[in-house]
Write a protein that binds this ligand. Structure first.
Ligand code: NDP
Length: 615
């Protein structure tokens, strides 16, 4: 494969080219260009996988409720059960467990992180993935396996959305209400409701007029297409199919559509980077030689490598481990302190340029038609978009039945009519249009307000967070006892997000376990602890504004509107996990409310001046 030497790169010219491409893509409406989809809205987002069953509303009480049954929720519930929490209920809007793997069953869906470090509890469940990058259905079944092994189906509520959480001070319990008329109590509530779960569609004029078939990739309609996630979509034979979107999902689904559709029109706005995937079946000899504790060691090793920490040997060598220093511009971690920030920035920019030149060259090597190849070349810095990997995607554009339509000059699709899609002045007649247009980023119901949380004294969480999140380590907030959140708020992140969720789940379960054995009245950080944590986040943060501002628009930079990072812990996940372990070893007394004095300290509502509340 072609490589370019750093000395041959003209950084000024490259910056100029990147700026031109960004400006071509910027839209004045930013994130408002999308509309939220809603269940039952008839626009292809209703659950196609499980019929909704009527049931009687649930009352009574449980020790713990976990909202969300993706890997984050399942791991938390499993660890809570292991710590003796028997009356445990999990709840999800979906018809079964699995989270993103429940919803996303489109043809070609696969893990894009190595399965041996992505799929949790492999040793505990005695399961070995069939391939290095396992198919989505196998990952979904693994979620079911975890739920069964920990008896999480016993009291589960599916197709159920929590509509409010209200703290009852007298009973020290949460009152939970749902869209199925349930009203029950839970001593502890944990929310793990997804960072990329709400599908989004572009607000395209005329979308309602289209009389052909339409759906989002996360609600795949196999009744229409036929086939399975392995392909074989006989329903698309002879049909003119359009697909909007060429992100991580588009890369996986487009080769299958190309194979099965009569004609496929790919509407691209920004091309993804497409590096080598190199998937392969799991070698039984390798799997048989693994020593106990191997998965934890491999996960930790992968995390350390990606976070820029020293390791003797990188156990996972793939497209992610080859680009670790480039990831630092978007994902927290250790940086090379032997260089000045300016030296570091220049070195990173050159490394970035070498990688991007290699990936642009890969396009021209694979795609035969020069105009199509030129349109498929990405012109931005590596981490402006989620990096992509595929050994089939670029090849699909060499097929006679596949057409690439570049919509970048028009900011995307211009309009839809009864019969098709309009880009600029040109109309493309279609029988079916599939949206691979992604998800709302980082929005859990607690943060967006769709799940109102009313804490002590009737105070809404969003009021307490009016000037931004206030948490201890990202998990819990003063005034909202026994409530924990998983996710990306005020903590550390990594590409292998399930590993991050596992650490979060262990942490939360450890706190709940400690509170139960200590006989605590409840668990709650003090305002001082929250302030200290906010200060730590601010003091350690890095300035990513120049990088984000120069990036082509996407969900990483709020469609070009956001120039500050999400406020995570900049030293990175390895340092963060160490910090949490040390904190736990200290007895967790900071959050345990045991005595009358603790109660007095925690129930004094913080002053309006401190929280930014107007009343
Ligand atoms: P993305 O948000 O990454 O991509 C959406 C795509 O739709 C982009 O190509 C976008 O173009 C395009 N688009 C949006 N609006 C329009 C429009 N009006 N006209 C034309 N094109 C439009 O969503 P994905 O579902 O691909 O991926 C979301 C995330 O899910 C990934 O980043 C990854 O984190 C995760 N994922 C993980 C997988 C895994 O294997 N683990 C697999 C799939 C997804 P533009 O770039 O110009 O905005």
């Amino acid at each position: 494969m072609t490589t370019t030497a750093p000395d041959d790169i003209d950084l000024d010219a490259l910056r100029e080219r990147y700026a031109r491409e960004r400006d071509r893509r910027l839209r004045p409406d930013g994130t408002r260009q999308y509309r939220r989809t809603a269940e039952g809205s008839g626009d292809g987002v209703t659950d196609p996988h499980t019929p909704r069953r009527e049931r009687e509303p649930v009352t009574g009480s449980v020790q713990a409720l976990v909202i969300g049954t993706g890997f984050g929720g399942l791991l938390t519930a499993s660890f809570l059960r292991s710590r003796g929490i028997e009356e445990l209920r999990v709840m999800d809007e979906a018809g079964d467990v699995g989270g993103t793997w429940y919803w996303n069953r489109y043809p070609g869906v696969r893990c894009d992180i190595e399965s041996y470090v992505y799929m949790p509890l492999l040793e505990e469940t005695g399961y070995m993935p069939s391939e290095r990058y396992a198919p989505g259905e196998e990952i979904r079944r693994h979620a079911v396996r975890i739920a069964e092994q920990h008896d999480l189906y016993r009291d589960a509520l599916f197709h159920t959305r929590a509509t409010s959480l209200t703290w009852d001070e007298d009973e020290a319990e949460w009152i939970v209400e749902t869209d199925r008329g349930d009203r029950f109590r839970a001593r502890y509530v944990v929310t793990s409701s997804g960072t990329l779960s709400q599908p989004k569609l572009p607000a395209i004029p005329g979308i309602e007029d289209f009389t052909g078939h339409i759906f989002h990739t996360s609600r795949w309609d196999y009744d229409y297409t036929g086939g399975t996630a392995e392909g074989g979509m006989t329903g698309l034979a002879g049909k003119r199919v359009g697909v909007v979107g060429t992100g991580a999902t588009g890369l996986q689904v487009i080769p299958h559509l190309a194979e099965d559709a009569g004609e496929l029109v790919v509407f691209q706005r920004t091309p993804s980077t497409v590096d080598v995937r190199d998937n392969r079946p799991t070698d039984p000899a390798w799997a048989g030689d693994l020593e106990p504790g191997w998965q934890r060691r491999r996960m930790e090793n992968f995390l350390r490598v990606l976070a820029g920490e020293q390791v003797d040997q990188s156990l996972v060598t793939d497209g992610w481990t080859r680009t670790t220093s480039l990831q630092r511009s978007m994902i927290s971690g250790a940086v090379d302190e032997t260089l000045t920030p300016e030296e570091r920035a220049r070195r990173d920019e050159l490394d970035d340029a070498v990688t991007m030149e290699r990936l642009r060259a890969r396009v021209t090597e694979v795609v035969e038609d020069p105009a199509t190849a030129a349109a498929l070349q990405p012109w931005y810095r590596y981490m402006c978009k989620r990096p992509g990997f595929s050994d089939y995607y670029l090849q699909a554009f060499n097929r006679e039945n596949v057409t690439l339509v570049d919509t970048a000059d028009h900011g995307g699709i211009t309009a839809m009519t009864e019969t098709g899609v309009v880009v600029g002045q040109e109309e493309f007649a279609l029988d079916c249009l599939i949206f691979a247009t992604g998800f709302e980023a980082g929005v859990s119901g607690v943060v967006s307000g769709t799940l109102p949380v009313i804490g002590r004294g009737g105070r809404p969480l969003l009021e307490a967070w009016a000037r931004g999140p206030r948490t201890l380590h990202g998990f819990s907030s003063h005034g909202f006892p026994n409530l924990f959140q998983l996710g990306t708020v005020q903590n550390a992140n990594s590409v292998n997000f399930v590993h991050i969720l596992q650490e979060q789940a262990e942490h939360i379960a450890a706190i709940v376990g400690r509170a139960e054995t200590a006989g605590a009245r409840w668990v709650e950080p003090s305002p001082r602890a929250e302030e200290d944590w906010a200060r730590t986040i601010a003091e350690t943060s890095r300035d990513e504004s120049a990088f984000l501002a120069a990036c082509t628009p996407g969900y990483y930079n709020g469609e070009g509107t956001r120039t500050s990072s999400a406020g995570g812990y900049a030293p990175g996940p390895v340092a963060f996990h160490e910090l949490l372990r040390t904190w736990r070893a200290g007895g967790m007394s900071e959050v345990l409310v045991l005595s009358e004095e603790d109660v007095r300290e925690r129930t004094d509502l913080p002053s309006a001046a401190m929280t930014g509340a107007s009343a």
